[in-house]
Write a protein that binds this ligand. Structure first.
Ligand code: ACO
Length: 311
């Protein structure tokens, strides 16, 4: 019986059809999806912190309204993704526990501090730009609920990317001091943005199997290349320099050659030793504990409504 089920699963994957929550799936497929979707959801939630840091200090009402909307969108993305993950037989409570105990990861990028308002623009341009590059192909991922969540998320990410680019463009038309702020911010975020795509293919233990299952549609290095090629003309239009002396157009490959990020730094951040890891988790843990009364009240209310409807 198992062999027939596996055959059905493999044929769905081979036809590029979607696997849905009630379909049979190999345990490894389920585990990989829970790992990736949970990590993705946690990234959205932790990702609210670096930018949330600037909401009370936005330079104008317009900038504040944009930033507030953006940070709220990230919360929404986290919720769609936790819901997609719950269809695989886990719960949001369990996933939150795993985030705050360090058992599950979130993207390395959110462990870097936001030191100036230009960082809000740079995060929109480069970090959300990298996220779009990585996530557009995930709209075609083989697991239905994940792919459908990605479609909505990508639409909103495009808005996030545009607001960041527009913010930086405005600053670049400003004073020398503002232009210097933008350049300094780009210098700090460029390499961490390249790290978002994960380790080089040769050191990525999960890529081959995830591609065979149609969970990932491209390798880490392919997407990193796509991102570099996309960013270079945008940097030129903006008037900033990307901090990579090895960056240059390769006529033969019809793509840019570029330098490698510091992979030791990446590993340190992923293991919990980046500049803000401890602060991010402590903040998330405190928010979860502060919200305990809301969860209790909601449960008590649900229990009481249940009593009145059944009695
Ligand atoms: N930050 C933290 N951990 C990472 C990162 C990163 N940038 N890149 C890779 N890792 C982890 C992987 O989770 C994996 O750890 P695990 O096996 O303990 O779970 C390990 O490093 C090895 O990497 P890979 O074998 O390459 O892992 P994978 O095939 O899962 O690829 C990738 C990593 C590309 C991030 C993939 O999981 C993915 O596409 N995820 C969905 C997108 C996402 O999570 N985006 C979040 C940031 S964007 C945003 O929120 C705005």
């Amino acid at each position: 019986a198992e062999a027939a089920l596996l055959e059905g699963f493999e044929s769905t994957i081979a036809h590029n059809d979607r696997i849905e929550p009630r379909d049979w799936m190999p345990e490894g497929y389920r585990k990989t999806l829970v790992r990736q979707i949970a990590q993705h959801a946690h990234s959205e939630i932790i990702g609210m912190q670096p930018e949330g840091n600037w909401i009370t200090r936005a330079p104008s009402l317009r900038r504040k309204a944009i930033l507030l909307a953006k940070v709220q969108d990230e919360a929404g993305h986290g919720l769609y993704l936790y819901s997609a993950c719950e269809t695989l037989g886990t719960s949001r409570g369990e996933l939150t526990e795993k985030l705050i105990s360090g058992a599950q990861k979130y993207s390395s990028i959110f462990n870097y501090p936001t030191l100036s308002y230009a960082d809000v623009g740079t995060i929109g341009w480069l970090v959300d730009g990298a996220a779009i590059c990585n996530q557009v192909p995930l709209c075609r991922t083989s697991f239905g609920p994940y792919g459908r969540a990605m479609i909505r998320i990508c639409k909103e990410e495009s808005f996030h990317q545009r607001q960041g680019y527009e913010l930086l463009m405005t600053m670049m038309r400003g004073t020398d001091e503002q232009r210097a702020m933008v350049q300094e911010s780009v210098d700090r975020f460029w390499w961490p943005a390249l790290m978002m795509f994960g380790p080089p293919d040769a050191e990525s233990p999960n890529t081959a199997q995830s591609m065979a299952w149609g969970i990932k549609r491209n390798t880490n290095d392919d997407l990193r290349q796509r991102f570099v090629d996309m960013s270079v003309p945008q940097a030129e239009a903006l008037g900033v320099t990307l901090p990579d002396p090895e960056l240059k157009w390769n006529e033969e490959r019809q793509a840019h050659d570029f330098g490698q990020p510091d992979w030791d730094e990446f590993m340190a951040v992923v293991r919990g030793n980046g500049p803000c890891n401890a602060q991010r988790i402590a903040h998330r843990r405190a928010a979860h504990e502060d919200g305990a009364w809301v969860r209790e009240a909601a449960l008590a209310f649900a229990a009481r409504s249940h009593d009145t409807t059944t009695s």
